[in-house]
Design a protein around this ligand. Structure first.
Ligand code: 1GP
Length: 247
């Protein structure tokens, strides 16, 4: 069994910020995967998350084994439903969509997943998943058939995060949704981060290094980057170069 959660707690206690690259198996071409994996290992990522709202392909195991062959970044499943489980990964975010009121995403999928997970060695990390309105309808909203929380209602976001913490969640994930027009605001991240004890993950619609820095500065412990890296695997290099050239 891995110690991924312990390591996240340790990083939080040392104020060492974490970064996950999110890979959606549906958008991956196994023929060019080696290049993608090299880019991940050249990037500042500390974790690899794998998942998507739908995931219709069946390449999870193969994808994970290929990533593992090249290095040892922790691989964490970020599943949209119970079919997205692979015992080749290290851990799984065991998600509850606590911003929504759809019982399927509050308990039904978890009941279906539990016996499958029991047969694996995956480290299970209970995660309160909070979808925040972001200016456009995202896949999470469409697939889960739940409404995101008002992006300006900081009190409701905080109460939801605190409820998740009281229910025993080990992480809170503030999610604007993949490809979101607007990322979660710094004000909301700050409000939640300052009033919960457990680590805070933030993702969705973060498209540049400044966005990552803003999230860290507001109190995020781990930031998730999906679309920006998907669109440009040189994202971290080119971003760093762009910044250097403007100094
Ligand atoms: C989605 O938070 C992640 O679940 C990442 O979102 O694809 O917008 O980076 P992006």
């Amino acid at each position: 069994m891995t110690n991924i959660y312990k390591d996240i707690l340790k990083a939080k206690s040392e104020n060492a910020k974490l970064l996950a690259i999110l890979l959606d198996p549906d958008k991956i071409d196994l023929n060019t995967i080696e290049v993608l994996i090299s880019k991940i290992y050249q990037s500042p990522a500390t974790h690899i998350f794998i998942g998507g709202s739908l995931v219709t392909t069946n390449i999870l195991d193969e994808l994970i084994l290929k990533i593992k062959k090249r290095g040892n970044l922790p691989i964490v499943l970020f599943p949209g439903n119970p079919s997205q489980i692979s015992d080749k990964a290290d851990a799984i975010l065991f998600l509850t969509l606590i911003s929504g009121r759809n019982p399927d995403f509050l308990i039904e999928h978890q009941v279906k997943a539990a016996p499958i997970l029991k047969k694996t060695q995956l480290e299970i990390i209970s995660t309160g998943y909070i979808l925040i309105e972001s200016g456009n309808e995202t896949a999470v909203e469409r697939v889960s058939k739940t409404k995101p929380l008002d992006r300006n209602n900081l009190d409701l976001a905080l109460a939801t995060a605190q409820a998740g913490e009281m229910l025993g969640n080990k992480l809170i994930y503030l999610e604007a949704g993949s490809g979101a027009k607007q990322a979660v605001s710094m004000e909301m991240i700050k409000k939640v981060a300052q009033n919960i004890e457990i680590p805070l993950l933030v993702g969705g619609g973060i498209v540049d290094l400044q966005g990552i820095q803003n999230a860290y500065q507001a109190g995020a412990d781990l930031v998730i980057i999906g679309t920006a890296f998907e669109n440009d695997t040189n994202f971290f290099n080119s971003e760093i170069n762009n910044r250097q050239s403007t100094i």
